[in-house]
Design a protein around this ligand. Sequence first.
Ligand SMILES: Cc1cc2nc3c(=O)[nH]c(=O)nc-3n(C[C@H](O)[C@H](O)[C@H](O)COP(=O)(O)OP(=O)(O)OC[C@H]3O[C@@H](n4cnc5c(N)ncnc54)[C@H](O)[C@@H]3O)c2cc1C
Length: 428
Amino acid sequence: MTAPHSDTPPEHNHVIVIGGGHVGLSFALLLAHQGIYSTLLETVKYPTIAPDQDRERQSYLDSRNTALSRRSVQIYHEIGLWDELDSHACRIDKVLISELGSFGRATLDKQAENVESFGFVMENAWLGRVLLQAVKASPYIRLHDNTQVTTISQDDDMAHVTTISQDDDTGNGNIQLSAPLVVACDGQHSPARHMLGIGADSHDYGQVGIVGVVETDTPHKHVAIEKFSPAGPLAVLPLPDSADGKYRRSVVFICPKGDEHAYLHDDAHFLATLQQVFGTDAGQFVQAGRRGTYPLTKVLAHRQVVGRCVLMGNAAHTLHPVAGQGFNLCLRDAYALAKLLGENLQNAKSGKFGMTTPDFGNQARLLGYEQSRQTDQKRVIKFCDTIVGSFTSTNPVMKVARNVGLITFDKIPFIKPMVATYAMGLKS
Ligand SMILES: Cc1cc2nc3c(=O)[nH]c(=O)nc-3n(C[C@H](O)[C@H](O)[C@H](O)COP(=O)(O)OP(=O)(O)OC[C@H]3O[C@@H](n4cnc5c(N)ncnc54)[C@H](O)[C@@H]3O)c2cc1C
């Protein structure tokens, strides 16, 4: 259990955040940047990291990765974390898109699009570590890990949560906490969503994402390669070289549910399949690291705000990873809500609009937040659905259309900047 400050947060300037995944940790830090106190509750006990381990990389083939859009990088810059994150990130300068066994091919190039980059590939282990260290160091955040939220209730003035702690050291058992606002970032299966009686539409893609790191014999030159196959989309993304100069790439390999076992446990089969799919675009695949699997489901909550409670992150919308948009979208939501609450706090401090205390749980304001995020969320969801739908269709007419699409994509000037803008997360 980690509680960096012993003071009780001011009653009116306090948010309870449920779930300390990448979204919950980032949201608490964005709140802290606005001068807002939060209590962050996480079921899992975080591993203890010795200070001298901080800069040490894990095994060079042992990590999962996230493609961060340029907008996400800007957000981490703004809260002073990017320089540290950057040490384990790799820039994307070019994106090659093609379909397995077809002639169509499209390229996004940073020079042609006149942009600095299309984003960065970030090692998840490092992202989590940097976020957690920053949370632990923040005087605005009280962190309780090993603590599960079991109930949520609310009245006119406050929202209340009950937790159960597994931490024998503290002997806390059940504790009750209250704050004007509860934000649940508790993941795809979101217990909070059920506790709040919010329904969700769910679609099982019948696919599994296999994620891992591979070594190739050729440098990546900052190129991301996306290949569409009838089984699902596959991507090879650039990563920083290992400490001893080996060329590493992140792989997102999607296959029908049930087919994953052969790719998980047989390195030779996995590498041979990658070679067959990507040809020589990434050079020779020479070694594969540990792989993780993720069953792919789309989950869209029917509402994101109920009274003084907000759903955020995968709890609000879980997307297909095809375009690397899920976390980037969540981070933009988190940024927007933190900014809104920060303005509310500043107005109260300066007595603007006759306000003397902030009301973070103000219904109209929270519904305004939900409304304001609709355009960005709907656009990204549609973008992902369109890619998944069009590239997994086996209809021969669609196959021709896809080839024509990839060719015209390269020829029609306005399409590429539009897609690039989505990929960079700069449209919201
Ligand atoms: C294969 C794959 C590749 C992806 N690649 C990308 C990418 O390249 N770019 C991108 O933008 N996105 C990507 N995504 C999406 C991204 O991973 C998710 O959007 C992101 O991880 C969501 O984080 P989260 O914090 O909302 O949820 P989670 O990571 O699920 O965290 C939820 C947390 O809540 C805690 N919790 C649950 N219940 C309780 C409770 N009752 N009390 C307290 N705590 C609780 C859990 O222990 C957990 O730590 C990818 C997804 C997949 C599956």
